[in-house]
Design a protein around this ligand. Structure first.
Ligand SMILES: Cc1cc2nc3c(=O)[nH]c(=O)nc-3n(C[C@H](O)[C@H](O)[C@H](O)COP(=O)(O)OP(=O)(O)OC[C@H]3O[C@@H](n4cnc5c(N)ncnc54)[C@H](O)[C@@H]3O)c2cc1C
Length: 501
């Protein structure tokens, strides 16, 4: 039977892997992962991503071996590595998942299609989530997404025939591929079994108060699902997660019907969680439909809003967690250490960069992409644009870094963990430590300007100036007209355009 090549990318798992199932049913398989220099040396890639991928590959390799297969690790540019492999093992077809990636992966896929055509090799790309390729219209997208989620996740093939004499290749660490080793600690570990365990613990132990817990960086650490890196690198499919959540909700409803007590607001939490799984694909669909938004404003009428005002000193202070606003600094330092922070704090970081510091979104977005273990281009760039107010279809939301302390961490549990210089600061001064009188600063062991920075901008002035500038733009007829087009292309149809301003 003709040899099939299964190309693993951001789908490092065995369960619900249709390309693997299809290929294994047709002949002996070459299962391949390629360390791609052009991705590894892109500005969004970090050592922590590399470690997570290698952990995932180790488990994948064990799973493939247990089924008679083998994982081959290659290093090089695509399609050159496939051309080399084809000379030794002339495979009939390449099987892979569709990927909503960035400009680099898009160009790579085009090259591969071209090479496949020239060699008479079939290239089968199959969907792996609710993102619809070549979508004509956003109307009815939700229904299509539901349909994808309804299908049963596929079990892993029981047997995978291996190509005789195929070699394993070498696992490459960060130094081998020429990047800095990760300095992060307490980062989630990669692998399919970990993904399944995180899903189980969320649905059965941690998720009861998800709706309440998700907003604070303190409660969000355990109260959020923490599935994002596993979804981003494909250790688990979104359909598997969605089905498991639906099944758990059904179980709980039956318990309730039978008169059993349910501990905590599980059902409303699960409804919120399932909504977010839809958002996952909704945001990715935007990049799939319009790849240019990786670099350009979604609403081109916002061009010129911030491009000429980039302040390098502000950017450096934001990147290093030295803005003088404890919540911003603690979140940034938390990301440096762990690679994860909850949604609200991500939104606050993006909003602070865009409004208070008036930085164009692109460089902050690339910086955070590297620090998010779960970097997912489609979600990331779309969210960044939304939080920076350049879509024209979303409410302008300027987060106050002062209010976020009062609301989400009033006693400084989180802030003091990541900004230890604020340890002695009394709670009432934590939102704005620079307002401590000199004597209190001495007692607190935290002299502003020496132990902890003075605020790099004044909140009220920066907030008001940003509001005025962004609303002045938003009112322009050309911005409104362009917003209508953005809505037609990308808007969720849950709320009509007329109610979005
Ligand atoms: C500026 C900015 C950048 C972001 N970049 C990324 C990114 O690169 N990768 C990423 O996975 N998420 C990103 N998010 C969305 C969100 O913050 C994370 O998905 C979430 O915090 C991950 O933690 P969790 O898995 O515990 O989420 P949960 O709250 O448990 O949600 C479950 C899953 O739903 C999806 N999800 C949740 N919230 C959102 C959302 N607002 N938009 C789209 N999908 C969502 C994610 O896949 C998440 O894993 C970004 C948000 C902002 C504001």
């Amino acid at each position: 039977m003709p040899t099939q090549l299964v190309w693993f990318k951001r789908d490092l798992r065995l369960l619900d892997h249709k390309p693997l199932v299809q290929a294994a049913g047709r002949g002996p398989c070459l299962c391949v992962y390629v360390y791609e220099p052009e991705l590894i040396h892109s500005p969004e890639y970090d050592g922590s991503h590399h470690v997570f991928i290698n952990e995932s590959l180790r488990e994948l390799e064990i799973g493939l071996r247990a089924r008679g297969g083998m994982l081959t690790l290659l290093h090089g540019r695509i399609p050159d590595v496939f051309a080399d492999l084809h000379r030794v093992y002339p495979f009939e077809a390449i099987w892979a998942h569709e990927e909503t990636g960035n400009k680099v992966t898009f160009a790579r896929d085009l090259r591969l299609h071209e090479w496949c055509r020239s060699q008479g090799v079939a290239f089968h790309e199959l969907p792996q989530n609710g993102v619809i390729r070549r979508l004509k219209n956003r109307d009815g997208w939700s229904g299509k997404w539901q349909q994808r989620m309804r299908g049963q996740p596929l079990p892993a093939p029981e047997r995978i025939a291996c190509v005789p004499d195929v070699k394993r290749g070498r696992s490459l660490d960060e130094r081998d591929v020429g990047i800095e080793p990760s300095t992060k600690l307490g980062v989630q570990q990669g692998g399919e079994s970990r993904a399944l365990e995180v899903l189980r613990s969320f649905l059965h132990e941690r998720g009861a108060n998800y709706r309440k817990d998700m907003s604070s960086p303190v409660s969000g650490w355990d109260g959020c699902s923490r599935l994002s890196p596993y979804l981003a690198w494909g250790n688990i499919s979104i359909r598997t997660v969605h089905r498991a959540a639906a099944e758990r909700a059904r179980e709980l409803r039956e318990q309730r019907k039978a008169g059993e007590k349910i501990n905590g607001p599980w059902l409303s939490s699960l409804t919120s969680f399932q909504g977010r799984l839809r958002w996952h694909c909704h945001f990715m669909q935007k990049l799939e439909d319009e790849p240019r938004i990786e670099f350009e404003n979604m609403n081109r009428a916002y061009d010129g809003l911030r491009e000429n005002d980039f302040n390098e000193a502000y950017f450096d202070a934001w990147c290093s967690g030295q803005t003088g606003y404890p919540m911003v600094d603690a979140c940034m330092r938390c990301l440096h250490q762990t690679g994860w922070i909850n949604f609200r704090m991500r939104a606050m970081l993006a909003s602070f960069a865009a409004y208070h510091l008036w930085l164009h979104w692109r460089r902050p977005a690339v910086f955070l992409a590297r620090h998010f273990l779960d970097f997912e281009p489609g979600i990331h760039f779309s969210q960044f644009q939304m939080q920076s107010g350049v879509t024209g279809i979303n409410t302008v939301r300027i987060y106050s870094p002062i209010k976020q302390v009062k609301d989400q961490d009033p006693t400084g549990v989180f802030i003091k963990r990541y900004c230890p210089e604020l340890e002695g600061v009394p709670d009432e001064y934590l939102p704005e430590p620079h307002t401590m009188p000199p004597l209190v600063q001495q007692w607190a062991g935290c002299v502003i300007g020496k132990d902890y920075p003075s605020p790099i901008v004044d909140h009220k002035t920066a907030y008001q100036a940003a509001r005025d500038r962004v609303y002045a733009f938003k009112r322009k007829p050309e911005v409104r007209a362009a917003a209508e087009k953005v809505y037609q292309k990308h808007g969720s149809r849950r709320r009509p355009m007329s109610r979005r301003t």
